[in-house]
Write a protein that binds this ligand. Structure first.
Ligand code: 3PG
Length: 209
């Protein structure tokens, strides 16, 4: 990530991972998150509606720090940039995607889950990394051990994958953590049911923690 985006991500603290099946649900989902106090969104490029959803949020909820998730190819870097995202992330580390994002200027955080991934990310100039799947690999305990050799490098991690209201606090006090997030804030079934109050409440509750 660029320094400015890293600072904005850190300031926001929580990233709502959001998958939109129907573009008309994008704006009300983003508005519900913002009402609840969550102002960063990772919108996943996993559905045909994703790019329209990004464009709609950009146009109508500009206060959101909007990123694209699940960027698996250089073409998706272009698509995400054209749609207007501020940053991109992926579950894994694909050198082709990192290099292309760097070339075209998209602040990008690759996914890591091993020391080798961290070193490959570092080799590509990335200091902010998505830790995925954070809970399955042992959460903060694993991250503390794994990141210890790199402490002097000032890395920032965004744990995603399996986080929820019950375990998010375990990450929050560590200086290794740039932000946390997950899909529990805007669950696909709540989006499909247009239950904006539930999304707002989940966001508010997470912010209060
Ligand atoms: C993702 O890209 O889907 C996430 O990292 C979110 O994981 P979660 O659904 O377990 O929150």
């Amino acid at each position: 990530l660029s320094q400015s985006i890293e600072e904005q991500v850190r300031k926001s603290g929580i990233i709502a991972v959001t998958t939109i099946e129907d573009a008309k649900n994008a704006v009300p989902t983003a508005q519900a998150l913002v009402r609840g106090g969550v102002t960063s969104i990772e919108l996943t490029l996993r559905t045909p509606a994703a790019l329209d959803a990004i464009r709609a949020i950009r146009a109508e909820v500009p206060e959101v720090l909007l990123g694209a998730g699940t960027i698996l190819t250089p073409k998706q870097v272009d698509d995400a940039m054209e749609a207007g995202v501020a940053f991109g992330v992926a579950p894994g580390l694909n050198p082709k995607v990192i290099e292309y994002a760097d070339k075209v200027g998209l602040p990008f955080a690759p996914g890591v889950m091993t020391p080798s991934d961290i070193e490959c990310a570092l080799d590509h100039g990335c200091k902010t990394m998505k830790l995925f799947p954070a809970e399955s690999i042992g959460g903060m305990k694993t991250l503390s051990t794994m990141a210890a050799p790199y402490k002097h490098l000032g890395l920032g991690f965004i744990p995603l994958g399996g986080l929820n209201e019950g375990n998010m606090a375990s990450y929050l006090s560590s200086p290794l953590i740039a932000a946390i997030g997950g899909s529990w804030l805007a669950k696909p079934d709540k989006i499909a049911a247009q239950d904006w109050d539930a999304i707002e409440a989940a966001a508010r509750s997470a912010v209060s923690i």
